[in-house]
Write a protein that binds this ligand. Structure first.
Ligand code: NDP
Length: 531
């Protein structure tokens, strides 16, 4: 798995981006792991998946394609129903036709498989605020349990705008669909999409409403980032190898940089984004989860509660943000017009339905510290933005320089320090940069890269993030989902920053503009790395 490549090209870039190294070229045999072992272990309970808001974008683009792929890979129970619900009037067949093309892109020739899958799809018109509408849904579910043997096991997936979460969860509960094991009922689970609240107060309120009818073990707060293979792999790398953990601390690590850059703009989601901005959209959830995987202590067992306990400890140890000195801890930006893939694209304020004077940040880079024994004094730089030069997600562990160089008489240049990169996108891989002797008679060093590409030596099924979270909802595994305490701890950390940024008198001055297609506000990292 080794591949050596000159790494100097990457060194001048901020923190991590864009760290693109070569891919391993070694060929070893496919490990031939049986595909059934890669998707599920054991038999799944029969169940009904009720998607509320099924006429929308998430259902067509993500959920139905993921469910269809799961069916093809043996990742759904033998007996299942999928019921789409929304206000739009559709028949079963109209719903099936509507979701077919995103799930079966041209060239995939899966028509027979689709027909067999589509026989399990149904559609019911639902008024999100009317209890009698939920009563009718309940009768339909009971009927399906009888005729199709789904045993009262149900997942309610809320694919609706966030302001409807509370109302819909309450109506599901009021008509008795949240109760488990009574009146012929099996298990009942509710899946809540992001965003989970817009600050600490609203997140607590949402939790309280959900808990009126659902117990914590029934609630699945999604963060699909966590279901990406390489994100999960961070824990395997750290805790299934003995060579990393001894150096995974303040003594050897200079800083950690987590980057989630997107080249896309806000697409057609101006309404949502104007309200959310990058801090709510990316930091409260995905960035915090990535941070916790790098920073957490080893749990005693790889079980959901133990892992989530350790993550919560990280969130509890976050140093309160210096809200009176935001300038050295956060950079906010907004994209202006620019070029992406050779085409001119508008700035954020020129996007449809965006206020032409909007102060919503589309970019943020923040410096965070974790006040515990392991991480004291080590900065964690978290950076995310839209309309950046490329889509790139990675976690970089930058090690310290060697404490003493015996080569100092030979080299003018400093020896660059080791860097471990966990790449999530575009390539799922692990790269380690280290120093090696430059070939030749003169004594010189050069930084080289050793890569492991995640798909190397594996040809079995690869689940996308939504497939993985859907399987986990069916099996009832909470490992990759947010727990109530963690959500609230992260909001406690972030809410003062949001308040500082949104209500301060110099809100406009805090916002730095960057050209679409660039890597963010020019030299944004200078402000953060300054001691
Ligand atoms: P949509 O905006 O497409 O809405 C889904 C459905 O909800 C619509 O088809 C519509 O159905 C109904 N709806 C929309 N607006 C209203 C309204 N104001 N009042 C009542 N009903 C309304 O949402 P998405 O499918 O994009 O997303 C669903 C959820 O998933 C959201 O919470 C979003 O934040 C989250 N999410 C979405 C992602 C995505 O990629 N789309 C990614 C991550 C999270 P009808 O009119 O037929 O009732």
């Amino acid at each position: 798995m080794s591949n050596h490549k000159d790494a100097t090209e990457n060194e001048s870039r901020p923190f991590s981006m864009p760290f693109t190294a070569g891919v391993a070229e070694t060929k070893t045999p496919d490990l031939k792991i049986p595909s059934c072992d890669c998707v599920i272990c054991g038999k799944l309970d029969p169940c009904t998946i009720v998607i509320i808001g099924a006429s929308g974008d998430l259902t067509a683009r993500k959920l139905l394609p993921a469910l269809f792929s799961l069916k093809l890979e043996g990742g759904l129970p033998d007996t299942f129903n999928i019921i789409g619900c929304a206000r739009t009037k559709l028949s079963d067949d109209e719903f099936r036709n509507r979701v077919k093309s995103p799930a079966t892109p041209p060239g995939t020739s899966k028509d027979a498989e689709w027909q067999s899958f589509a026989a399990n799809l149904f559609y019911r018109v639902l008024d999100y605020t009317d209890q009698s509408s939920f009563e009718s849904l309940k009768q339909f579910l009971l009927q399906l349990d009888k005729t199709r043997g789904t045993q009262g096991n149900r997942i309610f997936y809320l694919a609706i705008p966030p302001h409807l979460y509370q109302t819909v969860a309450q109506l599901i509960g009021r008509v008795g669909l949240a109760a488990e094991g009574r009146n012929g009922g099996g298990w009942s689970r509710i899946v809540v999409e992001k965003p989970f609240g817009r600050d600490l107060r609203t997140a607590i309120e949402l939790d309280q409403r959900l808990h009126e009818y659902f117990k914590e073990h029934q609630i699945f707060r999604i963060d699909h980032y966590l279901a990406k293979e390489t994100v999960q792999n961070a824990l395997m790398l750290r805790f299934a190898n003995s060579i990393f953990e001894p150096i995974w601390n303040r003594r050897y690590i200079e800083y950690v940089a987590v980057t989630a850059a997107e080249s896309l703009g806000i697409e057609k989601r101006a309404g949502y984004y104007e309200e959310a901005g990058v801090l709510r959209d990316m930091f409260q959830n995905h960035m915090m989860q990535l941070l916790s995987l790098i920073a957490m202590e080893p749990p005693s067992r790889f079980e959901a509660e133990q892992v989530r306990d350790e993550k919560a400890k990280v969130f509890r140890s976050l140093r309160p943000f210096p809200v009176n000195d935001l300038g050295h801890s956060i950079v906010l930006g907004q994209y202006g017009p620019g070029y992406v893939d050779g085409a001119v694209v508008p700035g954020y304020r020129g996007e449809p339905d965006v206020d032409p004077k909007s102060l919503t940040p589309t970019f943020a880079s923040i410096k965070v510290f974790i006040d515990n024994w392991r991480w004291q004094g080590v900065p964690f730089y978290l950076t995310s933005g839209k309309r950046l030069a490329a889509k790139l997600t990675e976690m970089v562990i930058q090690f310290r320089e060697v404490p003493h160089s015996m080569f100092r008489r030979l080299f003018v240049d400093q020896i660059s320090a080791n860097r471990l990169t966990l790449g999530i996108h575009p390539e799922e891989k692990i790269s380690l940069v280290f120093q090696a002797k430059n070939p030749g008679a003169t004594v010189r060093l050069r930084p080289v890269t050793m890569d492991f590409n995640y798909s190397q030596d594996y040809s079995g099924p690869v689940l996308d993030a939504y497939q993985k979270v859907l399987i986990d909802c069916v099996t009832g595994d909470h490992m990759l989902f947010w727990r109530e305490d963690a959500v609230e701890l992260c909001w406690s950390f972030l809410t003062p920053i949001l308040e500082g940024c949104e209500t301060c008198h110099n809100q406009a001055e805090m916002l730095r503009f960057y050209a679409a297609g660039s890597w963010g506000p020019p030299s944004f990292y200078d402000a953060l790395v300054r001691k």
